[in-house]
Design a protein around this ligand. Structure first.
Ligand SMILES: CC(C)(COP(=O)(O)OP(=O)(O)OC[C@H]1O[C@@H](n2cnc3c(N)ncnc32)[C@H](O)[C@@H]1OP(=O)(O)O)[C@@H](O)C(=O)NCCC(=O)NCCS
Length: 165
């Protein structure tokens, strides 16, 4: 698995992954019909450091790393991950998660926070717990799951002092 900084030309491969992930309406707040321009702005907007994971020369997932808040909250990182549904369950999420923790530590962040982990997203919750995150808060019925209705959302957090760069 090769993980590298994304360039804007990578968006050609990133867009179908984004579209497939949000179409299910099960893990992200984006409307299932979110358009290409909005997706581009999400991945390449100001302050984002975006990475892609490649396998056999093909982009199979992406993540972005940024500060969770400005100024006095900027020592806490935030990140978002998407793996192509065709490639899920083959280690790309875990590889990107580990890479992201290391990049965040290298960039000087003290902690990482995920603001919106859908509680029914078993793969994500299991992966983030495996990578050392704890559920520090629950937002009751904060996500309109497209199959299950209103479900809880977790805020997940970990410090980064044990992460090697
Ligand atoms: C969540 C996501 C990033 C995980 O990536 P992935 O490549 O599918 O996951 P991996 O193959 O790296 O699996 C990592 C771990 O998660 C766990 N896991 C994966 N799929 C799982 C599932 N369906 N149920 C429970 N645990 C699961 C496994 O324990 C695995 O650990 P192991 O390899 O040590 O056994 C990916 O599925 C995805 O992009 N989903 C849609 C978007 C999303 O939910 N993003 C995160 C929002 S918080």
């Amino acid at each position: 698995m090769d993980i590298r900084r994304a360039t804007e030309t990578d968006f050609i491969a990133m867009w179908p992954i984004f579209h497939a992930v949000v179409a299910s309406g099960t893990s992200y707040v984006f409307a299932p019909d979110t358009n290409r321009q909005a997706a581009f702005e999400y991945w390449f907007g100001a302050g984002s450091h975006t990475y892609v994971a490649q396998e056999a020369g093909r982009i199979v997932g992406m993540y972005k790393l940024m500060a969770n808040h400005r100024d006095l909250g900027s020592h806490v990182a935030n990140a978002s991950f998407m793996v192509s549904p065709e490639h899920s369950g083959h280690g790309a999420g875990k590889a990107m998660g580990l890479h992201c923790l290391s990049e965040a530590r290298r960039a000087g962040f003290a902690a990482m926070q995920f603001n919106f982990v859908v509680s029914t997203n078993d793969a994500a919750v299991a992966l983030w717990k495996k990578l050392g995150f704890a559920v520090v808060g629950t937002l009751p019925k904060a996500f309109a799951h497209q199959q299950l209705g209103l479900v809880d959302v977790y805020i997940m957090y970990r410090f980064l002092d044990d992460i090697e760069t």
